[in-house]
Every structure is written in C-alpha cells, then in structure tokens.
Design a protein around this ligand. Structure first.
Ligand code: SF4
Ligand code: SF4
Ligand code: SF4
Length: 246
C-alpha cells in the first residue's frame, strides 16, 4: 500500500502548491511512491481520509477555518505546514497590526459584513504541526527532499543557521553596504541566500531560526545607524504574527 497523501489550503495565493506540478518529471517519479488522495488544485481525487501525510497551505483567517483544520489534523498521521502563510502567518498577517474592521472594509467595500475574518495566524496556533516546508513560495526541491525523508521514515531536518551563512559562502557583498535592511541575520537558511545573491535584501520568508540572536541583529543595524523601530514594517512583511516584533 502506498502512503496516502493529501493537500489542503486555507487563506493564501496557492503559489506554494503550484511549485508541486513544477516538479514535472520528478512529480511523476514521486507518484510511483505515494497515492495522492485529495488535492483540489491538482487532482479530481477526493478522500475524506484518513491520510498518512497531509500538506496544509495558507493561514487561518476565519473562525470556522479552525474547526476544518482540527478535522484535517484528526485524520492526518503527519501534518506539514506548506509555505510561509501556513508556517508563520506570512503576508496575510500584515493586517494583524491594523484595525480589522477597516481592513475588511478596504478589501470588501460595502459587502464587508459578508466576509467575517480574524487576525491571520499560522496553523500551529490552532493544531500541532509536525514539520514545515518554509518559504514564499516553497522551494520545490526542498518539498521533494522533505517528502522523501518522510517516506523513508526519517525526520526531515531544516538548516538552523541564518541566511547570512549561505550569503557569505556565496561571497556576496552585504546589502547593508548598499543602504538596504536585510533580515538575513535572523532568518532560517536553506534558500542559498537567494535574494541577497541577486542584490536584494532578505525579507524573512523562511521564518526565524531557533533562538535568533536578536542582539546580534541589533548590533548589525546599529553599525549602519538603524534601530529595530526604524524597520519594524519590514519585519511585518512575514512576521506579523511573531512575538519578535510585538
Ligand atoms: S507562502 Fe507565499 S506563495 Fe505560498 S501560499 Fe503564501 S503567499 Fe502564496
Ligand atoms: S545581512 Fe543579508 S546581505 Fe548581509 S550577509 Fe546577511 S544575508 Fe547577506
Ligand atoms: S533570502 Fe530571505 S526572503 Fe529571500 S528566499 Fe531566502 S529566506 Fe526568503
């Protein structure tokens, strides 16, 4: 029997799921080892469960979604947060620091009362999450590696060092030297410092490393004449739900 795999989504753009068909031939190879039993975006199959491995994309932005997520959790042996929205709240949580009624009126206009919403939260705020595939969007190869590890009964391991390590390995010039503010010192590596390598700043899409050295980051910013208050909106891009900016 192949392990039964399901993919579900909550509030998000579904861009992380789109990385899965982008695996092309590798997806066909993966399908030799799993049975995809529920995946609205990519398959007509639908199963009420149980599931061996469930990937859940998106953040929770409506009260009733909490019950749906709890039901999915109950049916899933392993539950994985797929992408930054599911992992850390992501871009949806930008609204958390704003007046929620005002946000709803801005988005839905005179139909705002039809769309009750709550501050965005990651899956882990509602149910236990076993593993995460970080990023916005996810890295399809990392998705594949994590899935393969689970199929082999191994524990998927994410890098627990900051993006700066990969950035220095790539011999990039630090973007602080160009006057940009970069969250690389406290963001989890694993993307090969994609953004600084192309001259942009890291905006933190892979979430915080465990025990981030906030003081070290403050020191870097102080060296360039900045303080946390100066860049708090940059932290909010992905970390609106995180305690680190509260
Ligand atoms: S993490 Fe980014 S790409 Fe993935 S669903 Fe959320 S907004 Fe879309
Ligand atoms: S702060 Fe950003 S640009 Fe500078 S080394 Fe770290 S990741 Fe690279
Ligand atoms: S450099 Fe930062 S923002 Fe860019 S992909 Fe990596 S973690 Fe995400």
């Amino acid at each position: 029997m192949k392990p039964k795999v399901a993919i579900f989504e909550f509030g998000c753009c579904e861009g992380c799921q789109l990385q899965i068909p982008n695996l092309e031939e590798k997806l066909l190879e993966l399908l030799e080892h799993i049975e995809l039993v529920s995946w609205r975006e990519g398959s007509s199959a639908h199963s009420e469960g149980p599931y061996d491995i469930t990937f859940v994309e998106g953040s929770i932005t409506r009260e009733e979604e909490k019950d749906r997520l709890r039901q999915i959790r109950e049916k899933s042996r392993i539950l994985i947060a797929l992408g930054a929205c599911a992992h850390i709240g992501g871009v949806n949580a930008i609204k958390n620091s704003m007046d929620q009624e005002e946000v709803r009126r801005y988005v839905y206009g005179d139909k705002a009362e039809w769309f009750p919403s709550i501050p965005a939260m990651p899956l882990s705020a509602v149910v236990p999450v076993d593993y995460v595939v970080p990023g916005c969007p996810i890295d399809k190869e990392e998705f594949l590696e994590i899935t393969k590890a689970l199929l082999m009964g191994k524990t998927p391991v994410l890098p627990n060092y900051p993006v700066c390590v990969e950035c220095k390995r790539a011999e990039n010039i630090c973007v602080y030297e160009k006057g940009l503010v970069c969250l690389g010192p406290i963001t989890r590596a694993g993307c090969n410092a994609r953004c600084p390598t192309f001259g942009n700043r890291c905006i933190g899409c892979r979430g915080l490393i465990d025990n981030p050295s906030i003081n070290a980051h403050k020191e870097v910013m102080a060296r360039y004449g900045l303080c946390a208050e100066d860049i708090i909106n940059k932290y909010r891009m992905f970390w609106g739900y995180a305690e680190v900016i509260k």
